[in-house]
Each structure stands twice: as C-alpha cells, then as structure tokens.
Design a protein around this ligand. Structure first.
Ligand code: UT7
Length: 333
C-alpha cells in the first residue's frame, strides 16, 4: 500500500553572525573617489561589515552554526555533516569546515568546503538535499561564510564598495511526512566559459605564488561589472522559472523571494521581469552589501526572525555568482 509518506528535507533552524565593525559609504568617501549617493543609487548599499583581525570565515561560521543548532534544538554531536560554502577559506587547507567542526565540537560530523562563490549556499543546499532525501543523513549543517574584505582591492572603487563579511547557516533535517513540505527542489547550473567575469586570478595550483603576482593584485577580486550585471539578471530569471515549472507552481504562489543580495538594481530587474510585487521580496543589502555565499542564509534568518515567513508559505531562493554559477531553491515553510 502506498501511504504517500516520503523522506523530505526540512529547514530545522537558521542562524547568522556578522562582524561588529561597520564600514559606511561615508567612510569610503574618505579614501576613494566615490560618493554615498553613487553607491546608494547604483547598488542600494549603505554600509557593510568588516571582519576584525582575529575573525575569519571559520570563526564567523562557528557563531552562525551555533545559532542554527540552537534554533533547530539539536546538539552538535547529532550533526552528520557540515558543508561550509566559502570562497574565502581561512587557509588553503585543511578545509574551513574542519575548523568549524572542531569549533562546534560536532564530533560525529564529516566536514568539507565547497566553492561556488556567491552561489555557494544554494549549491551546498543542493548537495545536502541529496544526502537527506537518500536517507543517508538526518542532520546537515550548511554554512555560507565569507571574509570578502580580505580579497577586495580597497583602491578599486568598482568592486570594494560592493562586498562585506558575514555568515549565515541552516540545519537541514530529515523528516518522513506525507504532505509536500520543506525543500521542494534545488536547481543549479554553471558556465565556465564566463569565468573571467568575476575572478581572483592569482594562481595556487596553476603557477607559483610570486611577489610579482601579488604586486599585480592577482589575489584580489577582478570584475566586469556591466557584463556580470546582465548575466545575473538573465540567469536569475531563467532559473526562477525553471524551479517554478518543475514544481508546477506559478509566480502567484510565491510568498517571499529571498534573492542573492548583490545589487539592488539586479534584484529589481529580476523581480520586475518575473512579475513579483515589491512586498514579496526580501532585501537587506543596505546593511551588509554583498556577503557572497552568506547573503541568502543571512537573509533567510532575518526574514524568519521578522516573521515574514508564515507556515505553509512558498519561499524562492535565487542566486548568481562567479563561475559563472547560478541556482534556485523552492521551500514550502
Ligand atoms: O554576486 C555577484 C557578483 N557581482 C555582481 O553581481 C555585480 C554586478 N554589477 C554591478 O553591480 C554594477 O555593474 C556595478 C555596481 C559594479 C557598477 O555599476 P554600473 O551602473 O554598471 O556602472 P559602470 O561600471 O557602468 O560605471 C559607470 C561609471 C564609470 O565612470 P565613467 O566611465 O562613466 O566615467 C565608473 O568609473 O561609474 C564609475 N564608477 C564609480 N563612480 C563612483 C564605478 N564605481 C564607482 C564608484 N563611485 N564606486
């Protein structure tokens, strides 16, 4: 007899952590040929957080992870797996996830990093979904954590104004229920032919690290802003439609969109093309800038804390990042 009971992946808890130090547009005006007005109107960003010397992607991730575990009401030793999504790992190896596992005392969890830059969290969610839905794992912690301030060129006004530091986390949990609740589906894509759009070109395995390469600023973010902007809008619209079509849902069914917070104008263009009204879009870019893989889990945590997500409501996560990578997830809360 088919009871309809299926293994589903549900969000059991969320968390976030941000460094205390705030860098405002007015602060940037003092060191760069820029203005608060330009940054606000072109990006929607007013301020961003900057990690202190004793902070790193792992320390931010540990704090966000602790909050997510508390909110999920589970103990660290119940975690089966920790996935840290980061493009600013503490060091080349071991994986930042191993420092997080140790910091959380999650002794039973395997731990590894994934690199999909801003799309990291949705890619990580997609991996965790497979472990849970296959029945292999019960609890997976997914953390997006970044210290972008360490890899931006603070003399490049076209990039440094955009990025900020922070971490967001969720616990994904196995549940056996009959109604279609929790993570409905994830959709991820890559186009390596567009790898030049946003890149930190400095070699590690490709060539030896040299003083010359460091002087040429090869270990900082280089970005073609305009082309990235256009690609971001196109891919985010496309993958949002793909997620809705896959679940036989429509734009009208969406309760809240949590888009990657890269640029307010990208979010506006995407949601306008999809026909989603302003009140259904969560935006916090003004406070944190682009925190890369941390952007969506931070926004998800803030939206749930602000009671903007009601039980049963449909949430669309949508992202684009260097690679080029892009993805979406639909969640029935
Ligand atoms: O997570 C995914 C990663 N990144 C993104 O999604 C970013 C996507 N791109 C963007 O957000 C936008 O392209 C930027 C915000 C980076 C730039 O905005 P834009 O409207 O595309 O500006 P632009 O690059 O076309 O530059 C317009 C002008 C240029 O001056 P000229 O050549 O017209 O004289 C720039 O030099 O604005 C100048 N400019 C600035 N002026 C003041 C660039 N950055 C600044 C700045 N302050 N910070």
């Amino acid at each position: 007899m088919n009871t309809g009971i299926k293994i589903r992946a549900e969000i059991a808890g969320t968390g976030m952590f941000l460094p205390r130090k705030v860098l405002t547009n007015a602060d940037l005006e003092k060191t760069l040929d820029t203005s608060d007005e330009w940054i606000r109107t072109r990006t929607g960003i007013c301020e961003r957080r900057i990690a202190d010397e004793d902070e790193s992607s792992s320390t931010l991730a540990i704090q966000a992870g602790k909050m997510a575990l508390e909110s999920a009401k589970i103990l660290p030793n119940e975690l089966d797996l920790i996935i840290v999504c980061t493009s600013t790992p503490d060091i080349l190896f071991p994986a930042t996830a191993c420092f997080v596992q140790n910091g959380l005392d999650a002794i039973n969890a395997a731990a590894y990093d994934i690199s999909a830059v801003c799309s990291g969290f949705v890619f990580g969610l997609s991996i965790a979904e497979q472990y849970i839905k296959s029945g292999k794992y019960r609890y997976v912690l997914i953390v997006g954590s970044e210290t972008n301030s360490r890899i931006v060129d603070w003399s490049d006004r076209s990039t440094c104004i955009l990025f900020g530091d922070g971490a967001g986390a969720i616990v994904l949990k196995k549940n056996e229920i009959n109604e279609p609740r929790g993570l409905l589906s994830t959709h991820i894509h890559s186009d390596g032919s567009k790898s030049d759009l946003i890149i930190v070109p400095g070699g590690i395995g490709k060539k030896n690290i040299s003083h010359e390469a460091i002087d040429r600023k090869e270990y900082f973010i280089h970005m073609s802003g305009n082309s990235t902007f256009k690609a971001a809008v196109k891919r985010m619209v496309e993958v949002s439609k793909e997620a809705l079509d896959f679940n036989e849902l429509s734009v009208e069914d969406i309760g809240l969109v949590i888009p990657h917070q890269a640029n307010r104008r990208i979010i506006d263009a995407v949601t306008e093309k999809l026909g989603i009204p302003q009140e259904k879009i969560f935006i916090n870019i003004e406070k944190y800038g682009n925190t890369s893989s941390a952007s969506i889990p931070i926004a998800l945590h803030e939206a749930s804390q602000a009671s903007l997500i009601k039980p049963g409501s449909l949430i669309l996560l949508v992202v684009v990042g260097a690679g080029l990578t892009w993805g979406a997830a639909l969640i029935r809360w």
